[in-house]
Design a binder for this molecule. Structure first.
Ligand code: PAF
Length: 280
């Protein structure tokens, strides 16, 4: 496995490759990332993983500075699953001058849910992802469903800008108790870690209410999930039932007709903000 830090080295390492499969990450890798690398291997090769904590997608009060940087361990893990190239650029390499050309995804998709609570987040994501795509020039790129809205925003960017890249979605990896794996889980105290599973349980509750109990009062179901999390000491940003196609709320008749839905949630536990979702 080659580890490269500059765009020039990366281009040299990938010269002549026509089936490159790419997994962008911010490092501090866990089983979820590794499953995306394994999926990438099924779709092409060489497999390139990038490790870059992208300042552009963090608001000033967010965790950019304390986001764990664990390059050596990450590289060991990537090597163990057969990754071929790691691209780990410095900030100076990727942003040698202020990044004033940016990709602004449409409000109707990127200004809701995560985009509402983290203004500018998807602009930062799209800008770095497009830049990384230009560096790596993959045929396939793999994104996890854990960041469901991100996956949709990137898919739409690729379609709208006619990028010759297939976007493949990887399932969310979960701990035995159901907690979605996330680099931010490492911030949790032991007590918070034990409580954290309640977020995925809240999603299951919503699924049960809509799909088994056949309730149609979606807003009330969402509110009950929010209230329950709040009672347990969480500070929820949202629990939202949305159409999988465009992340808009389903109309009552679509609910009756079994429209494919996803329930998405974001909530803070102590100082840690967790997100999760469930296709229902
Ligand atoms: O999902 C992430 O880790 C990041 O948002 C990504 C796609 C690597 C862009 O910085």
């Amino acid at each position: 496995m080659r580890i490269v830090h500059t765009i020039a080295e990366l281009r040299q390492a990938l010269a002549g490759s026509t089936r490159t499969a790419f997994v962008p990450t911010m490092g501090n890798l866990h089983e979820g990332h590794l499953s995306l690398v394994k999926l990438a291997k099924e779709h092409g090769g060489p497999v390139v993983a990038s490790i870059f904590v992208n300042r552009l997608q963090f608001a000033p009060h967010e965790d950019f500075d304390r986001y764990p940087r664990t390059l050596e361990r990450d590289c060991d893990l990537l090597r163990s699953v057969g990754c071929n190239v790691v691209f780990a650029p410095s900030e100076e390499e990727l942003y040698p001058e202020p990044q004033v050309y940016k990709v602004h995804p449409p409000e109707e998709l990127a200004g809701i849910l995560e985009g509402h609570f983290r203004p500018g987040f998807f602009t930062g994501v799209c800008t770095v992802v497009l830049k990384l795509f230009n560096c790596v020039q993959p045929r396939v790129a793999v994104f996890g469903k854990k960041d469901y809205q991100q996956l949709m925003v990137v898919r739409r960017m690729v379609r709208q800008l006619a990028l010759p890249i297939e976007i493949v979605a990887g399932e969310t990896a979960r701990a035995d108790d159901g907690l979605a794996l996330s680099s931010r889980n490492g911030y949790l105290s032991p007590a918070e870690r034990a409580e954290a599973v309640r977020l995925s349980m809240a999603l299951r509750q919503v699924e049960l209410a809509l799909r088994v109990e056949k309730r149609t009062d979606v807003a009330a179901v969402e509110q009950e999930a929010v209230d329950e999390l709040r009672r347990r000491g969480w500070a929820p940003d949202y629990v939202a039932v949305r159409r999988r196609t465009d992340l808009q709320p389903p109309a009552p008749e679509e609910l009756q007709a079994g429209e494919p839905l996803v329930v998405l949630a974001a909530a803070r536990l102590g100082t840690t903000r967790l997100i999760d979702n469930l296709e229902i």
